[in-house]
Every structure is written in structure tokens, then in C-alpha cells.
Design a protein around this ligand. Structure first.
Ligand code: UDP
Length: 224
């Protein structure tokens, strides 16, 4: 992959990435490795915001129709993102927690060289933290979104299930939507398309993965 000319980006870390080898919750060694990776990337001339998911703890859609209304379930999911952000904040040893989000304040923190963690999703049900990542990236004037996953890019099918799944080097937003590639939801891709926001999908399983993407090293798929 050629070196991306990113100067300000949002790194989207899914809940699944934080659970490491476990199927639920936070795997502390994995959390610490990701925090160290983010801290190391600060040495580069790049400004970093982080959107944290919550799927390792709770997803609203999973309880919808089982006694919990979707909107309540989604609020629970958004609280899960706050839990993950607090754990990541502790691992990053950051000085300040839980400031109410305003675009101006977040922009100021980024300009002062801090890593800003965006928790709580968009604050609305029926959305995901992938959409949140693209939204915050657009609001913060970012050059792109780095979508950290457990696989090294976008495939035509789930590579864990289909041995014939083909990996893409690059795709347009429109192709990702038309092919119904499930790496991100359609709302996130559509918002990225409207804002000409490239999304780099990469694996965060190896130490140094974030820095490697900034340097244009390692395997990743560029969408857009
Ligand atoms: N969520 C929401 N609105 C948002 C972002 C998230 O309602 O703007 C809820 C939703 O229930 C979602 C859960 O929070 O399933 C966790 O977020 P997500 O599924 O995006 O986490 P990830 O898959 O990245 O771990």
C-alpha cells in the first residue's frame, strides 16, 4: 500500500478487537498492546482521535424483541462503549476523562496534540460506532478513518468461513455498498462517500499495526 498522506485521522477500535482471544469483555494484555500502539503512533506527525465500539460487551440489536426495546438496548450498547473507553483511557494513562463532547473542544484537544477518545457512539439509537467514526472524522476535519479489525482488509466473503474469499487492495465506497460488504454498515460507507473520506481497513492483531498503517506498511484495504 502506498504511504497514506494522513495528518489527522480517527482510529475506530471495535469492541471485538479489545476482547482479544476471549469472546466477551476486555482482554487486558490486548488492551495494553493496543494502547501502547496508539501511544507509539503519537511519535509520528499525525493527530489521532479514537472511536471505541462496544460489541464485546453489548449490542442493542441482540436483545431487541426479547423484552428490551431496541432503543433501550442501543443505549445499553452505547454505555458499553463508555466502559471500553474508560478502560482504554486507563491503559493510555490519560489525564482527563468524560468531558462532554463539543466539536470545538475536541478540535482544540487534538490541535494540542492529545489523543481524544470519543465514547458513547453518536448518542442516538439505530446507529453504530462505525458511523460514529466517520461522523467524528468529518467533524474533526480528518483525512481518513483507520478501521481496526481482526482481519487484514476487506474480503468478498468471511475469510474464516469461505476459503475462496478474495481480499481487495482497494475499493470505492460505492462498490463496498453495492457488494454489501459487511465490514462496515451502509450508513457509515454512505457518510464516508458523501464526505470523500477514505477508510483503511487493517488488522490490529499485531503489535505496531497502527504505526505500520501510517507508514504505508502492512496489509490493508483502502475504501474510497
Ligand atoms: N450504538 C448506538 N448508537 C451509536 C453507536 C452505538 O445505539 O451511535 C449501540 C448499538 O447498540 C451498538 C452498540 O452501541 O450495537 C455497540 O456499538 P457497535 O456495535 O458499533 O460496536 P463494535 O461493533 O464496534 O464493537
Amino acid at each position: 500500500m502506498p504511504e497514506p498522506a494522513f495528518r489527522r485521522i480517527i482510529v475506530k477500535i471495535s469492541g471485538e478487537a479489545l476482547s482479544g482471544p476471549e469472546s466477551f469483555g476486555i482482554h487486558q494484555p490486548t488492551l495494553e498492546r493496543i494502547a501502547a500502539d496508539l501511544a507509539a503512533a503519537r511519535a509520528l506527525p499525525v493527530t489521532i482521535g479514537v472511536v471505541v465500539g462496544g460489541g464485546n460487551i453489548f449490542r442493542g440489536v441482540e436483545v431487541s424483541g426479547r423484552g428490551v426495546p431496541r432503543t433501550t438496548g442501543d443505549t445499553m450498547g452505547m454505555l458499553a462503549t463508555v466502559m471500553n473507553a474508560l478502560a482504554l483511557e486507563a491503559a493510555l494513562e490519560m489525564p482527563q476523562v468524560c468531558e462532554l463532547y463539543t466539536r470545538q473542544r475536541a478540535t482544540k484537544h487534538l490541535a494540542e496534540g492529545r489523543i481524544v477518545l470519543f465514547a458513547g457512539g453518536t448518542g442516538n439509537p439505530y446507529f453504530t460506532t462505525d458511523t460514529t467514526a466517520v461522523l467524528r472524522a468529518a467533524e474533526m476535519g480528518c483525512d481518513g478513518v483507520l478501521k481496526a479489525t481482526n482481519v487484514d482488509g476487506v474480503y468478498s466473503a468471511d475469510p474464516k468461513r469461505d476459503p475462496n474469499a478474495k481480499r481487495f487492495e482497494a475499493l470505492t465506497h460505492q462498490e463496498a455498498i453495492a457488494r454489501d460488504l459487511r465490514v462496515m454498515d451502509t450508513t457509515a460507507f454512505a457518510l464516508a462517500r458523501e464526505n470523500h473520506m477514505p477508510i483503511i481497513v487493517f488488522s490490529i492483531r499485531d503489535a505496531g499495526a497502527v504505526t505500520a498503517v501510517f507508514r504505508g506498511e502492512g496489509r490493508a484495504t483502502r475504501v474510497g
